[in-house]
Design a protein around this ligand. Structure first.
Ligand code: GLN
Ligand code: ZN
Length: 751
């Protein structure tokens, strides 16, 4: 007997980011739709071919979203928010981009606010939040893009003379509603109209000969209340069944208190992800015990979020036992979609000590096939388990001296800043010249000395502009950094930075997370020379600019177990702390430690959250524990939901926090009031993404509101994020308005 092998999904950016480049050219009007689709089709084809080559039992398709899977489904279900009126006329391809970007590529419709983007569970992938009207009908169905994938997959199989069942991936109806925003207070009320739409889609897939539909229900890994558990029963009992057979997939964590709900859904089977389970063996047993005896259990053993090879011995033991009980009802798969991994390790020059230890998406296909054979005992496990050397001992987190009030007074005595001090978040425009210089330097065409001169020119330009604008606290502009995490990873021991390990973050935006390979430490100063140079050009206080330990860890590939992460986070914190010390010794009196990903690593289950907050806060505090009372520590956060974690942000005890408020409305300030935020705060007075120059009047609204909750002595004025994506013209005009506004409020509120 054999065990069925499959994956839950695959990256769609292409091994050389072909999809990204094709779409961006299309959006810029540099190529037509036909050639764009042709280039994307090549990536799709190779995704299917690679599954066939890896000899997986099922061929998974339907997950090839052009922007985002939730968006694809919402578009297929006919969702068109009111401000996009008329957009239903656009074809599926253009309509989804209009929703995602707020800009219609065909030029038929005016710009409007794009759909909101939110992090996909605890990953750095962003999905688009569907906006459902109270009377959403889900009637204007348009399944073309999903159907086409099935047709194309069948064609590829036929051409190669391969006969394998097809499985289509869809976001499940309950998670779809949970993740949407709706005018209805009770989102589950949409089920009555949503389920018939799903049934229609499934019916069409069935007619095409699709054997299985994988309905992704990742919310099953959250602590769901009774209402949502009932929604599952309601949804699935009315959903059209057979064909295709339905597999409900959970991932990123265990089923927790939803285990009973999941096991008893009227479907052919369920998928569980054991790669993040604390006790994977027991977890599998527990599910088998509850699962009715005719159902399929797909066990996800190949981690869709780890770049390390799978521990075959550990997996073999678990799967052999499961196989003993389930026989051919056992399926073996990736834990989650492989979307969160770089595509192909073959493009890397892997350092010797890592050889044989890494697996990207393509390599994981082979691993899934191997694991299925481990289950039946057809092959024996390879002794390949990878262990990181984490011997670098730290005796717990340290905390800096002094209370905020006395620290802030000491800092003010030294800095002598005006009321409502103005500053920016760190980066200034990453110009074409900067990118050119860096590319040449990386290629070896520009010497270290010439590169340094080029960057110093940019720093000088930043200083001149800030001088002219009359900003109070300066930044050097981060010209030398491509990415705020990668930069530091490059200078720390214990990280490996791949050359082509891109992962989709949202739409066509990709990131290249560094990979943790061992103890993390800082052999020498990473930023001091740049900041010192910047400070030498001005009498204004220069703000040293660092990335915080929580963000560096969350935006890297590192083991998922809590204990290891706690150690690594603290090792990074110590490296950053040493950098703070060096900056301070070099005469820098203000240091910003960015933590935009502070919330991202929050575990999905409430029971694990307190531990995370405690560790995250402690790591941040450790990262500036060396700071004198008179050294001012800033932090910065943006584009995340902070409302539910303000107490932990407060506990970080940074002297000043600059935080994005423009997008989340001003409710955030309100929440700070409720929580009694005691330190200083710079609410972002304008959205750095705004295409037009925001007016002083609009910016003042933020300060007028903030001052209701925060005493003026503790208020700062700044944009809501870094300016690296803007050009200089936009930057200068927006900042000029910000300075004009500040002068006004200084007068208005000075007594
Ligand atoms: N200091 C960084 C910058 O200005 C912060 C970026 C971020 O918040 N993501 O670019
Ligand atoms: Zn930011």
């Amino acid at each position: 007997m054999t065990v069925i092998s499959h994956i839950l999904g695959y990256p769609r950016i292409g091994d050389k980011r072909q999809t990204k480049f094709a779409l961006e050219k299309y959006w810029k009007g540099k190529q037509d739709k036909a050639s764009t689709l042709e280039q994307i089709q090549a990536v799709f084809n190779s995704n299917i071919n690679e599954q066939i080559d890896a000899d997986l039992s099922l061929i998974t398709t339907g997950d090839f979203a052009h922007y985002d899977l939730v968006l694809t489904l919402a578009t297929a279900l006919g969702v068109v928010p009111k401000r996009f009126a008329g957009a239903a006329d656009l074809d599926t391809f253009d309509r989804q981009f209009y929703f995602a970007r707020g800009r219609d590529n065909t030029g038929k419709f005016a710009d409007t606010a794009a759909w909101q983007m939110t992090k996909w569970f605890d990953t750095n992938y962003h999905y688009l939040v569907p906006e459902l009207a109270a009377d959403e009908s889900f009637a204007n169905l348009d399944f073309e893009q999903i159907i086409k994938q099935v047709v194309d997959t069948k064609e590829i199989l036929a051409k190669r003379g391969v006969n394998k069942p097809i499985k289509v991936v869809l976001v499940g109806p309950v998670s779809f509603l949970y993740l949407s925003s709706s005018e209805l207070e009770d989102k589950t009320a949409h089920l009555d109209k949503l389920i018939p739409a799903y049934s229609k889609l499934l019916g069409q897939l069935g007619e095409l000969g699709v054997e299985y539909a994988q309905l992704d229900e990742p919310i099953l890994s959250l602590d769901l209340d009774g209402k949502w558990q009932q929604a599952f029963e309601r949804a699935y009992s009315t959903l059209q069944r057979i064909p295709p057979k339905l597999i409900v997939a959970s991932y990123f964590d265990t089923l927790g208190n939803n285990i009973n709900t999941a096991c008893n859904l009227p479907v052919a089977g369920i998928h569980i992800d054991i790669t993040r389970a604390k006790q994977p063996k027991q977890y599998v047993q527990q599910v088998i015990d509850q699962l009715p005896t005719h159902k399929i259990l797909s066990v996800g053993v190949v981690d869709g979020r780890s770049v390390w090879t799978t521990d075959q011995a550990a997996v073999a033991e678990i799967l052999a036992e499961a196989y003993g009980k389930l026989a051919d009802r056992l399926w073996v798969g990736s834990g989650s979609s492989l979307l969160h991994l770089p595509v192909d390790l073959a493009h890397e020059t892997v350092p010797e000590q890592l050889q044989g230890k890494l697996a990207f998406a393509k390599q994981k296909l082979g691993e899934v096939a191997i694991c299925a054979k481990l289950a039946t005992g057809e092959i024996a496990p390879d002794a390949n388990a990878v262990a990181l050397d984490l011997s670098l001992a730290l005796d717990g987190a340290k905390v800096r001296a002094g209370q905020f009030a006395s620290r802030y007074a000491a800092q003010q005595a030294k800095l002598n800043l005006p009321l409502f001090p103005t500053t920016t978040i760190g980066s200034f425009p990453q110009t074409v010249e900067i990118r050119k210089a860096r590319a040449a330097w990386n290629k070896g065409d520009l010497s270290d000395a010439d590169y340094q001169t080029a960057m110093q020119e940019e720093i000088k330009r930043s200083i001149d502009e800030q001088e002219k604008l009359g900003i109070d606290v300066f930044v050097h502009g981060e010209a030398e950094r491509t990415d705020m995490v990668e930069y530091f990873a490059q200078y720390m021991d214990g990280f490996w930075v791949s050359a082509n390990g891109w992962v989709q973050s949202y739409g066509t935006r990709c990131v290249r997370p560094p990979i943790v390979v061992g103890n993390i430490s800082r052999p020498k100063a990473m930023t001091v020379a740049w900041i010192k140079y910047a400070q030498s050009l001005t009498d204004k206080p220069m703000k040293g600019m660092l990335t915080g330990p929580v963000t560096i860890l969350n935006w890297s590939f590192a083991p998922s177990d809590t204990k290891t992460r706690d150690i690594l986070r603290l090792q990074i914190a110590e490296a950053i702390n040493q950098e703070v010390g060096d900056l301070q010794d070099a005469g820098i009196h203000i240091v910003q430690i960015d933590e935009p990903a502070f919330r991202e690593g929050l575990p999905l289950k409430q029971a694990d959250q307190a531990h995370y907050w405690n560790q995250a806060v402690n790591a941040f505090k450790h990262s500036c524990s060396i700071a004198h009372e008179s050294t001012q520590i800033h932090t910065h956060m943006c584009y995340s939901s902070f409302h539910d974690c303000l107490e932990h942000i407060s506990a970080m005890d940074a002297d000043v926090i600059t935080i994005e408020t423009a997008r989340s409305g001003l409710q955030l300030l309100d929440a700070f009031k409720g929580n009694g935020y005691a330190n200083a705060i710079g609410p972002g007075v304008y959205d750095i993404h705004s295409p037009r120059t925001p007016s002083s009047e609009n910016m003042q609204v933020v300060i007028d509101e903030a001052i209701k909750y925060v005493p003026k002595e503790r208020l700062w004025v700044n944009p809501d994020c870094g300016l690296k994506t803007r050009n200089w013209e936009e930057t200068v005009s927006a900042l000029a308005n910000m300075i004009a506004m500040t002068k006004k409020v200084r007068e208005q509120y000075s007594n």
